[in-house]
Each structure stands twice: as C-alpha cells, then as structure tokens.
Design a protein around this ligand. Structure first.
Ligand SMILES: CC/C=C\C=C\CC(=O)SCCNC(=O)CCNC(=O)[C@H](O)C(C)(C)COP(=O)(O)OP(=O)(O)OC[C@H]1O[C@@H](n2cnc3c(N)ncnc32)[C@H](O)[C@@H]1OP(=O)(O)O
Length: 309
C-alpha cells in the first residue's frame, strides 16, 4: 500500500498537498456571522453544513414577497460560501410550508385591477413577477452545493415547486404533499410541472396529482420516489438529514460540485451532450489537489481532509 501511495504522489509530483488550516472565518460564521433574514433562519449545526429553516411558523411558513427575495439571496450567497458544502432545508413550527402566502395574491390582483394600464403592460408586469419567483426556486438548483429538503407536516403548492429543485428529499411519517395550484384556478408555474415528473419518473402519476390536487402522504411519496427516506418524527428527520449532509461535506467539494453540475445538466440534455459537459468540466477539475489527496488517503486507509473552496 505504501508503495502504491508513494507512486500516486510521484505521478502527481509538483502538486503538493497542504493540510487544511483551521480557518478563522469558520469560527466566526459558526458563531452567528450569517445575515439576518426576516423569513429564514440560517444555522451551522455541523462543520461545512448549513441548515436553512423557513421561519414564519405563525403563518405556517407561507411564502410571501420577502420569502421569495430572501430564499434567492440565501442560496446565491451559500453558492459562493467556502464554509458551506451541503445544505439542509427545513421548516419551523408544525409544518414545512403552506405554500404561497394567499395574502400576497393581492399584489397580482392589484396589477390586474389598474384601470390605467393596458392588457399588454399588465401581462408584462405579471410575467416579470413570475420570472423573479421562478428564479427564486431555481436558486437551490443553481447553487452547486447539494440541498436536502427535510419535510415534516404539510408541503403545499409552492412547497412542491421548491423541494423539486432540491437534490434529495427526506420526510417524516406525518408529512403530506399536494400540488394545490389547480384548486386555486391556475397552472403551477414555479417549477413543479417541469421538475416533479422527472423526479418521480412516472408521467401518468405526475399528471394525476397535478390535475386533481389529491394529497399524498409519506409512504406514497417514498413509493413514487419523490422522497428517498421516511423518518419516524421531525427530530429524527433533521438528524438524518444533517447526517447525510455531513457525509457529503466530508467528500471533496470539487468532486461534489462537479457531480451536481453534471446531474443537473444531464437531466435536460442527451447522453452525448452530458458526456461532453462533464469531459470539459473535468479537464479543469481533475487538476485539483483533491484527486491526489483522496487517492493517497484511500491507499493509506485514512480519511482525507479537503481544503476549503
Ligand atoms: C402566481 C402564483 C405563484 C405561485 C403559486 C403557488 C401556489 C400555491 O402555493 S397554492 C397553495 C396555497 N396554500 C394553501 O392553499 C394552503 C392554505 N392553508 C391551509 O390549508 C391551512 O392553513 C394549513 C396549511 C393546512 C394549516 O392548517 P392549520 O394548522 O389549521 O392552521 P391555520 O389556522 O389554518 O393557519 C394558521 C395561520 O396561518 C395562516 N396561513 C395558513 N396558510 C396560509 C397561506 N397559504 N397564506 C397565508 N396565510 C396562511 C392562517 O391564515 C393563520 O393565520 P392567522 O393570522 O392566525 O389567522
């Protein structure tokens, strides 16, 4: 083994691995250096793991204007945060989210009611708002750190849009889900119709759920592949999600971001295009020290440590 690992070192000679130094920023951020949000709580419960909690428990975590803006800011900033390698997204209080804040529907109604604005202009304003909100729910996908949605209680309407853009979904036994938009007289427009069918890989069932707004519960969600694990209660759910996030965070952050970039890209492209994408990506990323570091650790049966991004 020693011979092999020294061979690996020689192959990559010129690339010297430096053990990561304890970083001052980490301590500062772990002790509360995060931005204060009105609708979100950002916590750092484990090394390199960030937990983002939707924090409007008194309104059942309904998604209002501030939420749409903050969720995007939050994921955009975690995307470039060297101390973050994996994210858990959860809800405060009794449930994950009640979906769109129905009081905020007033903004859209007000746009429609303005007698001085013609139809085309109203349509453009509504479109601008929708594009903004769509970008908010695409932010967890664009952020190349894996996001684990941890759902307890209800996950309604906009909640399905949001968690469909996450990498991994876990839930507790009391979780239930509903693609609610049809009951509100609208076609879901923030990602559910684009991502959910691909996540579950069952077009017929996706259509049934979207056309009927039939609620489905934890066991069915697991059976259809919308969630990959069901936990007995919320505490065990969060613990399980943090455990997986920690495991991901222990891997090379270069390898993890490349894996996410390739999975997201390949979902929407041909195999050939996907292979080309990862080929181009890895022609740069294979030059990372993480490769030598991981290979040497494997040979020496040690746990590798990777320096911060
Ligand atoms: C342009 C369109 C873009 C996006 C569209 C997205 C579509 C959707 O998200 S559709 C889904 C809309 N949401 C709903 O239909 C859910 C409505 N709420 C409920 O069904 C229930 O509240 C519940 C979530 C099942 C929880 O029930 P319960 O535990 O009995 O609590 P409540 O007493 O009903 O509610 C407590 C408190 O929260 C307020 N609230 C709940 N949901 C919403 C909401 N969606 N929007 C705004 N506020 C909500 C409720 O009014 C209560 O507030 P008080 O001030 O205490 O009265």
């Amino acid at each position: 083994m020693r011979v092999l690992s020294s061979m690996i070192r020689r192959i990559f000679s010129g690339i010297t691995f430096q053990a990561p130094k304890p970083h001052m920023l980490e301590t500062r951020m772990m002790s509360g250096g995060d931005k204060n949000y009105e609708t979100l709580r950002v916590m750092r419960p484990r090394e390199f793991v960030v937990q983002v909690e939707i924090a409007r428990p008194e309104k059942k975590n309904a998604m209002n204007k501030a939420f749409f803006s903050e969720i995007r800011q939050c994921f955009d900033s975690l995307a470039v945060d060297g101390q973050c390698r994996a994210i858990v997204l959860s809800g405060s209080g009794t449930l994950f989210t009640a979906g769109l804040d129905l009081m905020d529907l007033g903004h859209i109604m007000a746009l429609m009611d303005d007698p001085d604005t013609d139809m085309g202009r109203k349509a453009l304003k509504i479109r601008q708002l929708l594009v903004e909100w769509q970008q908010s729910f695409t932010a967890p996908e664009k952020c190349l750190k894996p996001v684990i949605a941890a759902v307890h209680g209800a996950c309604i309407g906009g909640g399905i849009d949001l968690i469909s853009a996450c990498d991994i979904r876990y839930c507790s036994q009391d979780a239930w889900f509903v693609i609610k938009e049809i009951d509100l007289g609208l076609a879901a427009d923030l990602g559910t119709l684009q991502r959910f069918p691909k996540v579950i890989g069952n077009d017929s069932l996706a259509r049934e759920l979207a056309y009927t707004a039939r609620p489905f519960y934890a066991d069915e969600a697991k059976q259809m592949g919308f969630v990959s694990r069901v936990f007995q209660d919320k505490d065990l759910l969060i613990e399980g999600a943090l455990e997986t996030a920690s495991l991901i965070a222990s891997k090379s952050p270069i390898a993890v971001t490349g894996t996410k970039a390739s999975l997201v890209y390949s979902r929407d492209h041909t195999v050939e295009e996907g292979l080309n994408h990862i080929g181009v990506w890895n022609q740069g990323m294979l030059q990372s020290k993480d490769l030598t570091n991981a290979a040497v650790a494997l040979m020496e049966k040690k746990t590798p440590k990777f320096s911060k991004l």
